[in-house]
Design a protein around this ligand. Structure first.
Ligand code: KG4
Ligand code: ZN
Length: 357
């Protein structure tokens, strides 16, 4: 079964093609990052309009990469929420037109469920391994969500923890802005944190910037909170002369930024790793799944792999950030359950995911 998956919930226009739920045949992505970078964040109106321009070439690229024509597509899947309303509408309308014209089923997929199923994808020339046993402890961390989900079977999700304020990705993006780094902030913070090694040779103590930032452990809950560490970073940046203006020569400013980026990343990664592992233990999970843009973070991936006694499914970074293949993968298991949509499919910007535990 060939499923074409369309994703336009935020600032990526993406079309993926997946065979039998797991084999990745194509994953075409047109990123709008450069368009939004000038504004320091995603501008919804600009995002909607750019999706309209990028959809047709992205669709053609996906078909060419997979070496198939539209009439070979068996199912059209699309993200219908959560996300930006105008952005979602452009994907859903494209999917409806395609499904109607090709006379194939239409499947609306929850964006967060798609992030989980990114872990099921394998290169098209590889035979899929055995499916991991359930239950699985999943961390879905993106620009809009930081959820701990217990997956007890296909389509069976319990929401065990979530952020009470900023999402992890949002915190990375805001931190990058404070430190004068680019957008999206996560990869920039990671790069700055990694550059700390370049400065470590001189061994000079860095007053303020080198001290750890707080961790919001929020004991006795699997919920997260990232607004405190974000404010702590802002105050630290002010104290060391990085914000609102950089008061140092370039090399010194870079060194201070590297230190603060490192400390910020450590704070978030520490809490996410610990809570995921604790949740897995509490619910006797048989494996872990990471998904969402933030799980592209190299330090988070390294820590989870190093500390988990369980097998961990960690998609390649390009499958962690938004893409259409993950939507096609999620749709496959919906089709197996007979859960297809009809032409009344609407967008839901705040579509929930998982039954509260
Ligand atoms: O899943 P995603 O592509 O889009 C949403 O569904 O929101 O996630 C985007 C988020 C952004 O906040 C971005 O800064 C963050 O993922 N991100 C990262 C990294 N790459 C992307 N955060 C930390 N480290 C990264 N390497
Ligand atoms: Zn996402």
């Amino acid at each position: 079964m060939l499923i074409l998956g369309i994703e336009t919930s935020c600032d990526e226009t993406a079309v993926g093609i997946v065979e039998d739920g797991r084999r990745l045949r194509a994953n075409a992505i047109a990123s709008q990052a450069a368009l939004h970078a000038a504004h320091g964040g995603v501008v919804p109106e600009l995002a909607s309009r750019q999706h309209i321009r990028d959809m047709e070439p992205t669709l053609r690229r996906a078909l060419a990469d997979a070496g198939v024509t539209l009439d070979e597509i068996d199912v059209v899947a699309v993200t219908h929420g959560p996300g930006l309303a105008g952005a979602l509408i452009s994907g859903v309308n494209t999917a409806k037109s395609l499904a109607l014209t090709l006379d194939v089923p239409l499947v609306g997929v929850n964006h967060l469920e798609g992030h989980v199923y990114a872990g099921w994808l394998v290169p098209s020339d590889v035979s899929p391994a055995e499916e991991p046993g359930f239950p699985l402890a999943c961390l879905v961390a993106s620009g809009g969500h930081t959820d701990l989900i217990l997956m007890e079977g296909h389509g069976d999700y319990r929401l065990v923890g979530r952020t009470r304020d900023d999402a992890a990705g949002e915190a990375f993006d805001k931190a990058a802005r404070v430190l004068g780094l680019g957008f999206p902030g996560g990869p920039e913070i990671q790069k700055a944190a990694e550059s700390l090694a370049d400065f470590s040779e001189d061994g000079e103590p860095l007053v303020g910037a080198a001290a750890p930032l707080p961790r919001a452990w929020m004991r006795d809950t699997f919920d997260f909170s990232f607004s405190g560490v974000k404010t702590a970073l802002l105050h630290r940046a002010q104290d060391v002369g990085l914000y609102p203006q950089r008061e140092h020569a370039e090399a010194e400013a870079d060194r201070l930024v590297a230190n603060l980026a490192y400390q910020f990343q450590e704070s978030l990664v520490d809490v996410m790793t610990a809570k995921l592992l604790e949740m897995a233990d509490r619910y006797k999970a048989r494996g872990l799944v990471l998904g969402g843009g933030v799980t592209a973070n190299a330090r988070l991936r390294q820590r989870v792999l190093a500390e988990s006694p369980l097998p961990a499914i960690i998609p390649a970074p390009v499958l962690c950030t938004d893409n259409g293949a993950m939507i096609a993968a999620g749709a496959y298991y919906q089709v197996l359950r007979g859960e297809v949509s009809d032409m009344a499919l609407d967008v839901d910007p705040s579509l929930p995911f998982g039954v509260p535990a």
